[in-house]
Design a protein around this ligand. Structure first.
Ligand code: C2E
Ligand code: CA
Ligand code: CA
Ligand code: CA
Length: 279
């Protein structure tokens, strides 16, 4: 038994070591990636609930790793946030999204705006307002063409500089969306104070709509909240026509999910069936 215990302990410490080594290697790779520009923006359409046509696009980061291939955010966002590298990565994404929007405009792809996910770290440590101004100006875009998506975690301890930056962005005309709504702890009282224009219902509610009878009243309550606060309401993770029908009838304005398209590279976006192309 003793030998067993030691064996397990040894095994445990070896796996800790290799875990730590893997993390250190990932961090080194991530620094390289920032220096070399190995990130790619993919785009997923958001469609009007009424007409099913793309009205906006969400930019989602991917990392073209030289050995490991295309990596998704789950593999590196946490590390990017804890190391602060999310600040330059996020700035690059803002630029990439604004450039895509300007290119679509020129190509006759009619979209109201492009939305970009922003980490709390970018608001606490970075100059998000300055970066947004720069990205818009560099691409000749009006602020109304941009939306930033933040999560509730940012808003729990009403952090003054954060609210000030969000306020400055909204004053410019940039829309602010609250992502993953319903997964955190926002109360009605908190929601009233939030500097936001758009609410995104979390995918988990949408997934459960057809199968879990408790999901429908939850979504109804979220819709009522959004309507009371005059927010634009987006549902994410829409995968079936039945979900889309329910969400449309409930009063969502925009729908997003695999039913319309997975996130795709810039070059493919303009060719999606739901995307309007002039000429
Ligand atoms: P999110 O902002 O909630 O983005 C939605 C995620 O759900 C995306 O995963 C998207 O590909 C996926 N998705 C979209 N439609 C469906 C659907 O119908 N079914 C299912 N099962 N999934 C769907 P992705 O691209 O892997 O991104 C994961 C998360 O990583 C994002 O969640 C966001 O929190 C974060 N992220 C992505 N890009 C960025 C970025 O540029 N900056 C920051 N800070 N975070 C990012
Ligand atoms: Ca998002
Ligand atoms: Ca989301
Ligand atoms: Ca999410």
């Amino acid at each position: 038994a003793k030998a067993d215990g030691r064996g397990r302990a040894q095994c445990f410490s070896t796996s800790l070591d290799s875990e730590a080594r893997a993390q250190a290697a990932l961090l080194a790779d991530l620094r390289q990636a920032v220096a070399k520009g190995e990130f790619v923006a993919h785009f997923q359409p958001r469609v009007g609930a009424g007409d099913g046509r793309a009205s906006s696009a969400e930019a989602l980061v991917r990392w073209q790793h030289p050995q490991r291939g295309l990596l998704y955010p789950d593999a590196f966002i946490e590390m990017a946030e804890s190391s602060g590298l999310i600040v330059p990565i996020g700035q690059w994404m803002l630029q990439a999204a604004c450039k895509a929007m300007a290119d679509w405009r020129r190509a006759g792809v009619a979209l109201q705006r492009v939305s970009v996910n922003v980490s709390p770290v970018q608001l606490v440590e970075g100059d998000l307002v300055g970066q947004v101004r720069e990205a818009l100006a560099a691409n000749g875009l009006a602020p109304e063409s941009l939306e930033i998506e933040i999560t509730e975690s940012l808003l729990v301890d009403d952090h003054e500089p954060t609210f000030a930056q969000l306020g400055a962005l909204r004053a410019m005309g940039v829309a602010v969306a609250l992502d993953d709504f319903g997964t955190g702890y926002s109360s009605m009282a908190a929601l009233r104070k939030l500097p936001i224009d758009v609410m995104k219902i979390d995918r988990s509610f949408v997934t459960d709509l057809e199968t879990d009878s408790s999901a429908l009243p939850s979504v109804r309550a979220i819709v009522a909240l959004a309507q009371a606060a005059h927010l634009h309401l987006v549902a994410e993770g829409v995968e079936t026509p039945a979900q889309a029908d329910m969400l449309r009838e409930l009063g969502c304005h925009e729908l997003q999910g695999y039913l319309y398209s997975r996130p795709v590279p810039f070059a493919e976006f303009g060719r999606l069936p739901c995307v309007r192309q002039a000429g």
